[in-house]
Design a protein. Sequence first.
Length: 274
Amino acid sequence: MRRRALAIIIALLASLVLGYQGPTARAVQFLWADYRAWAHCRDLSRIDGPHFFVLYPPGYEAEAHLILRLAERGRSELALVFGAEPRGKIRVVLHPSPADMAAMWRWPGGHTAAGAYLGGTLSVLAGASEGELYRVLVHELTHLFVDELARGGSPRWLSEGLAQLLEDELAGSLSVVPLEITWPPPDSRSWQPLDALFADPRRQDEAYLRSLVVASRLVEELGHDGLTAVLEHMGRGMSFAGAFKRVTGRDWAVQLDLWARRRGEGSPASREKY
Ligand SMILES: [Zn+2]
């Protein structure tokens, strides 16, 4: 056990040195998720479906069955969108409280979420309505699909943007997002990699909103097929900008300028209702 803990610590330090993205960081995330699930879920019950298994505490069997059914549905809908399927059986942990989820992932004090994804493992908070559960599962499963296709090489803004977009498309938006505030996306001169915004706790809302706007624009421009191709190129080691250029023939900076020049044309038609 001691040796295993030491190996985990060394691997985590290595991931900090080597950066958040890429296959090495991804391998460390899988190791960490396995270790945390092993440490946290030993006393939980388990039910299995074709592509998932759900770990749940006593008294949550009915909700675990519901999650299994919704997860299978979300997976097959996302497989149609991405034209690809993740390999292996996916672990879902059902948490009775936000504190239990935070304890499993060793989050710092006060951090809570309705769902989480890391290293092939999904976490879901109990007590939500069926619609809300499905929304959370689609969001977290999108992270898993992006992670698989890009082999850990996707920037966070792209994964968060797509997760929100597909949550909206497949599970129906439950929140009203004032997209016109952040539309259009920044031009290349003011473009800051959005991942830097995620790193600033005071600008998280802005980071999520801007990611959603750029991801929506990307899907409009490339279609889901083009987007999958971009992710697959990143999975072979390309940067996002390199993969975008390979698929579209355009520089990412030129694309941002093209969008910026459309300023004044209004927000995308499908989103004008917001
Ligand atoms: Zn997310």
